[in-house]
Structure formats: structure tokens, C-alpha cells
Design a protein. Structure first.
Length: 334
């Protein structure tokens, strides 16, 4: 099996944006590949260093959400991995940083975007692309034995992250010896959700997210308060479904395509109100989230952290092999 490495920073419970942009694809991939799903708690410190208790609580929340959507760590090829429990990742980050020009950090799209919002641009924050490269490359086989690429599930907008990892790996290989295989983006039909308030980013901090664990009343409250066409005052006004969060969610989760197209047509004609469109969306999301919420509740009384321990132990064996290979290349194996 080809190896897959992907992950999420634990900064709160996961929401519909996480599902559409990542989790849905992960569930589909777990039957085909050797998967390492990373809970990147060290990277969470790059933006939440002042709130470590949030990160600690979120680790469990993320694992619960992994299980709720159908990721199955009982499979031999599926591993939940805790970043901070693998010190070799930190060591590998240091080695890779020695061949990664600082200008690469400054030009990374995530760094450029998040620098506008973080309170403090720390050294650790600027290290993010190298840390991410270490996370991916630790599962690299020895190129002298196996050149199969590491597969990284991403959306189109995240391809630059994979490119940066390959640049860092190439710099290390060229400076010392061939130590890492390349990684390849595994681009699926990854969607993107705007926040319920119409903002491009859905997040807990912006209070514009529908979480996988939300109960029925909370889902209904959030749906019925969703931002719509600001130019539409009355149900008889002509409306625009394009870019309208309610219709974006319909497109993403409503399997009844004919119903969605009919709602769009009537919305443009001014023959359907926002309330009706939202009520239909609420029904769709209630049906979608109910089994996810029930699976999540069924795991809440179990010792789910054992899944994280088992996967991390397996991953650490790989990480140690990779770090030993890197140290030998740098002549630090004395």
C-alpha cells in the first residue's frame, strides 16, 4: 500500500467545513491505503500558544469526530497519530530547517494569510512549513528500497503546501544524500463551505460554524439564522442563489438535485421565501448529521485515546527509522 499522511490541528471540535474539505475524502481512502491521520497539536500552538487547555481538550474532540464520520482505527492500515507524542518529528523538523531558506517560509501562502490575524508572529509560527514537511516525510520509505511517493490528500488550494514539502525534501537530498521520496497531492472532489454568516472562513472563533456534534435544536437555530441574499427584503423579491450560503450548503449536502434546482429557479423568480429554503436545508442537515452524532455519542464513554496510543506507537517506529536515516546522511550517527 502507498502511505497517506494528512492531519488536522486540534483547536476545537470539527465542523461541516472539515467534513467537506477533508474527512469525507479520508473515509473513502481508508480502504485503499496505509493511512496516518495526524492530530497536529504542536502546530496548533502556532496560533493558540496562549490557550494550551483548549488544545488538550480538542485532541479528544477531534478523535471523537474522526470516529463519528467513520474513520476506523481498528483496521490494520488506519492509524490515528498524536504529533507531540513523537519527539522524532521535532528532531526531523530541526534537520530539515537547516536546508530550508527562510524566504520559503515567508512566501508560504498559509503563513502570509495567517500573519494578518495572529497576535504574535512567533518563531514557531514561521517554522510551520518545515514542521509540516517533517510530518509528511516521516513516513517516507528508504528511497534505495522503495520509491513509492507519499500521498497527501489536499484540495487544489493546498497544492502549494505539497510543493513546499518536496522543495525541502529535494534540498535535503541534494545537500546530503537521497533520504526522502517525493510526495504527491491526492486531489479529490474536495468542496469548500463558507461560514453561516457568509464569510469565506468557517471557524469556532468566528461563531459561524455548524459542528458535527451539534444537537437538533442548535442545528436548526444556526440554519434559520444563516446569511442570505442581502438585497432580498421580501419573499416575492427576485433573489440570487449564487454565492448564497444557504444554497452553497444545499449543493453540498442535499442529494435531491431536482429539489435544489427548483428552489434556485423559484428563488430567482421571487416565488419562494428564505424561510422555506432554510427549512428544507435544516431537514437535509438533520438527516445527514444524525448518524454522525449518534456514532459520536456511542464512543464518548469508551477509552478512545487508546486508538491514539496504538497508532502513535506504530508511527513512531517509522519516524525513528526516518530520523536515523537522516542523521546518517548528515553524518550525525557517530
Amino acid at each position: 500500500m502507498n502511505k497517506i499522511l494528512t492531519g488536522i490541528r486540534p483547536t476545537g471540535p470539527l465542523h461541516l467545513g472539515h467534513y467537506l474539505g477533508a474527512l469525507k475524502q479520508w473515509v473513502e481512502l481508508q480502504d485503499t491505503y496505509e493511512c496516518y491521520f495526524l492530530v497536529a497539536d504542536i502546530q496548533a500552538l502556532t496560533t493558540h500558544a496562549d490557550n494550551p487547555s483548549l488544545i488538550k481538550d480538542s485532541v479528544r474532540q477531534v478523535v471523537l469526530d474522526f470516529l463519528a464520520v467513520g474513520l476506523d482505527p481498528k483496521k490494520d492500515n488506519v492509524n490515528f497519530v498524536l504529533q507531540s507524542a513523537i519527539p522524532e518529528l521535532t528532531e526531523l523538523t530541526v534537520y530539515l530547517s537547516m536546508v530550508a531558506p527562510f524566504s520559503w517560509m515567508q512566501s508560504n501562502p498559509t503563513i502570509q494569510t495567517e500573519m494578518k490575524t495572529v497576535k504574535t508572529v512567533s518563531t514557531g509560527f514561521m517554522y510551520y512549513p518545515v514542521s509540516q514537511a517533517a510530518d509528511i516525510l516521516f513516513v517516507s520509505p528508504d528511497p534505495s528500497e522503495n520509491k513509492n511517493p507519499i500521498l497527501v490528500p489536499v484540495g487544489e488550494d493546498q497544492i502549494p503546501h505539497v510543493r513546499d514539502t518536496n522543495n525541502i525534501a529535494r534540498a535535503f537530498n541534494n545537500t546530503y544524500k537521497e533520504t526522502f521520496v517525493k510526495c504527491e497531492p491526492l486531489v479529490g472532489k474536495v468542496g469548500r463551505l463558507v461560514g453561516t454568516d457568509g464569510q469565506a472562513k468557517m471557524s469556532k472563533s468566528l461563531n459561524n460554524a455548524i459542528f458535527l456534534k451539534d444537537d437538533e435544536k442548535e442545528i436548526e437555530r444556526k440554519v434559520m439564522s444563516m446569511y442570505t441574499d442581502p438585497n432580498r427584503i421580501r419573499p416575492t423579491d427576485v433573489g440570487n442563489p449564487e454565492g448564497n450560503p444557504v444554497f452553497i450548503y444545499h449543493d453540498a449536502f442535499n442529494k435531491n438535485i431536482e429539489e435544489v434546482e427548483d428552489l434556485k429557479k423559484r428563488y430567482r423568480e421571487g416565488t419562494v421565501g428564505d424561510v422555506e429554503v432554510k427549512r428544507k436545508l435544516n431537514s437535509v442537515l438533520q438527516e445527514f448529521l444524525k448518524p454522525i452524532r449518534e456514532r459520536r455519542q456511542s464512543f464518548e464513554s469508551e477509552n478512545i485515546m487508546d486508538f491514539l496510543v496504538d497508532g502513535t506507537d506504530k508511527a513512531r517506529v517509522l519516524a525513528k527509522q526516518t530520523v536515523d536515516r537522516a542523521k546518517k546522511a548528515i553524518h550525525l550517527d557517530y
